[in-house]
Design a protein around this ligand. Structure first.
Ligand code: MC0
Length: 140
């Protein structure tokens, strides 16, 4: 079902400062920036590896407000890994299959994700304590 790790989402207070840190320390390049009002984040994607099935990225996330998912996470846990996202060929199909196994889906339908992707989240408590995202990339 999973084709690759699409991205690792990292929650931070200051997006520009963290972009600078990751770009300089790891020689990574920002390939996309976006404000996603629905998800309550300002984010940047830094390319780690490019492959035929899609890229792998570090996603840096700054909350748009304290009561957003990332804002609440930062208040409770501080900066760090917020979620891991796996590439799937068809996000609606993956939601059906995973939901049928009793895992709570945090989205009733696929939502708009970064770089034109379709995304859905799984409840961390049902998958070993890790907030898990399914990503159907815009480009194959
Ligand atoms: C909360 N919990 C986590 C967690 N957030 N566990 C692991 N990783 C996380 N990121 C744990 C809490 O510690 C708590 O456990 C339990 O889950 C319920 O959390 P809560 O604090 O009571 O509830 P909320 O209101 O903070 O909601 C948590 C939940 C929410 C995961 C349901 O954040 C959510 O729906 N997230 C999905 C959307 C999202 O995260 N969007 C931002 C990224 P205890 O043991 O204390 O009960 S958007 C994005 O990434 C887009 C742009 C993209 O990739 O394209």
């Amino acid at each position: 079902m999973f084709m690759r790790i699409d991205h690792i989402g990292i929650a931070c207070h200051d997006l520009e400062a963290k972009i600078k840190l990751f770009a300089e320390t790891f020689e990574l390049t920002v390939v996309a920036r976006e404000v996603n009002e629905e998800q309550g984040v300002k984010e940047a994607m830094l390319l780690v590896a490019d492959g035929a099935g899609g890229g792998s990225y570090i996603q840096l996330l700054e909350p748009l407000s304290p009561d957003s998912p990332v804002g609440k996470f930062l208040a409770k846990r501080g900066e760090g890994v917020h979620h891991v996202a796996f590439g799937v060929p068809d996000v609606a199909d993956a939601m059906d299959k995973i939901g049928a196994k009793g895992v709570r889906l945090l989205d009733e339908r696929p939502r708009h994700g970064t770089m034109g992707s379709q995304i859905a989240f799984l409840h961390p408590k049902d998958v070993g304590g890790m907030l898990t995202e399914l990503v159907q990339a815009a480009r194959p």
